[in-house]
Design a protein around this ligand. Structure first.
Ligand code: ZN
Length: 467
């Protein structure tokens, strides 16, 4: 008997819980969060027939019971009361968000710059991907990633960064973990160019600079010209840096520099030999990257669909469509798995692809308003990817009939490369209900892929016209 009562109680409890109007808060993810912004968005889902209020205001429920709402935040503790009523059952949730008053600006102690007392110091890079930056800080702009064994002369130190001694308009800094222990040198050895050789193969045009030792260099594209500056190398006039300008008569696609022993090789991808007007993607090498994957979920939609899965489906559609169009396609993943950023970039490069396209969907910035910030956007970093970004963005906005949120110059692992031409697509926003509902629709994801494929065709055809 006692046992029966116990079972009945459990059953009753279970039924009650089941019939309740559940509230699932997706963002903010913690019950108690600190958000130092004038407002925050709240996303989640409840019973699709429920009536939902947040701080006593009626909140629109979208398809499937999802909600996205923006609430203002006062300084101090904000109690946000969420109430869901369904079939006479009500559920209440309170989330507490703390907003701190801006404290008197604590100026981060910048370590003082110290000039070397021993004069010019000498060091060598010890890592491949030794990043040279414009300022002595990790957040500062990257200038170039040098390989190991590049000789650097240093004239001072600030915190953990050494200042590279090069004359010119720019400053160069390198973190101490990227170089050998700097040592004093009686006299700086001046590097020299012994010879320059030009050659080509099927894929690239090459310029090989025979140097006495590897040096810091920068690459700068201006329209159809590339300026390659080798620092510390005397030019014909006996000045400090040697800038070699290469003018091309066709659009600049992928280009980069690498060292082979002491010799610096610049290469530029050739345009396709032949562009088939009726089938422009025929034979074009394209890398398709589905953003995130595995434990890297990307952003989460209001009913817990992960960005990684939406990206993957768009990418798989695109891969299929490009293959059907005759492209030679490589990719980072076609399953749900973790792939490192460096690995993605390396796969694209090792396969000598002409174009790299990374597929993402956007998340709202901290304190952002989903009803103001949404739409489609394309990111690029280098000038050689700007035209393609513009074509993709314009077509996506038009074909998907969503807000045009522009193209953006962004330093991401998947956009920083000059070789291949690299773009990153943020097709739509995961926190904007209208776009998120569309993203959950497989047909819409196909439309995204179709639009990107069309843009790639237009881009290849545009190259043909410019030759
Ligand atoms: Zn993403």
């Amino acid at each position: 008997m006692i046992r029966n009562i116990f079972i009945t109680t459990i059953l009753l409890l279970f039924c009650t819980i089941n019939a309740q109007a559940r509230i699932d808060i997706v963002y903010p993810s913690a019950n108690q969060a600190t958000i130092n912004a004038p407002s925050t968005y709240i996303t989640g889902n409840t019973n699709k027939n429920a009536s939902l209020t947040i701080n006593s205001e009626k909140v629109k429920l979208w398809e499937g019971g999802i909600f996205v709402y923006n609430v203002p935040l006062e300084y101090g503790i904000n109690k946000i009361k969420i109430k869901s009523i369904h079939s006479g059952i009500r559920e209440n949730r309170v989330i507490i968000i703390k907003r701190n008053k801006p404290s008197a600006k604590t100026i981060a102690k910048t370590p003082a710059y110290k000039q070397n007392t021993l004069g010019v110091l000498y060091a060598k890079t010890i890592n491949d991907n030794s990043t040279v930056r414009e300022k002595p800080s990790k957040s500062s702009q990257r200038v170039i990633d040098l390989p190991s064994n590049v000789i650097l002369y240093l004239d001072g130190q600030q915190g953990e960064y050494y200042k590279i001694q090069e004359k010119g308009n720019r400053q160069f800094w390198i973190h101490k973990s990227n170089i050998t222990t700097p040592v004093a040198l009686a006299k700086r050895i001046t590097p020299q160019i012994k010879n320059i050789k030009f050659y080509t193969d099927k894929k690239y045009e090459y310029y090989k600079f025979y140097l006495t030792h590897p040096v810091l260099y920068t690459l700068n594209q201006q329209g159809k010209s590339i300026n390659l500056t080798m620092y510390g190398v005397k030019n014909e006039k006996g000045e400090d840096n040697y800038t070699y300008t290469i003018n091309f008569d066709s659009p600049i696609l992928g280009y980069d520099c690498y060292y082979e022993d002491n010799n610096l090789i610049f290469r530029k991808a050739k345009l396709p030999d032949f562009i088939n007007i009726s089938s422009p993607l025929q034979g074009i090498k394209i890398f398709v990257d589905a953003g995130h994957g595995g434990t890297e979920k990307g952003t989460t939609g209001p009913d817990r669909v992960y960005e990684k899965n939406i990206n993957l489906d768009i990418a798989k559609n695109l891969i299929r469509m490009l293959k059907e169009a005759g492209s030679d396609v490589t990719y980072s993943r076609i399953t749900d798995k973790n792939v490192g950023l460096r690995e993605r970039v390396k796969t694209a490069k090792d396969n000598n692809v002409l174009i790299s396209i990374s597929i993402h969907n956007n998340s709202l910035p901290y304190g952002g308003n989903p009803y103001l910030t949404h739409g489609t956007e394309v990111h690029y970093y280098n000038e050689n990817a700007k035209d393609l970004s513009l074509i993709i963005k314009t077509n996506l906005a038009k074909d998907l009939n969503i807000k045009d949120n522009g193209i953006h110059k962004s330093s991401f692992a998947l956009t920083r490369q000059t070789n291949p031409v690299s773009v990153l697509v943020e097709a739509a926003y995961m926190q904007y209900p209208e776009e998120y509902i569309k993203l959950k629709n497989p047909q819409f994801r196909k439309e995204i892929a179709k639009s990107i494929k069309k843009s790639l065709e237009e881009y290849i055809l545009s190259l043909n016209k410019q030759i």
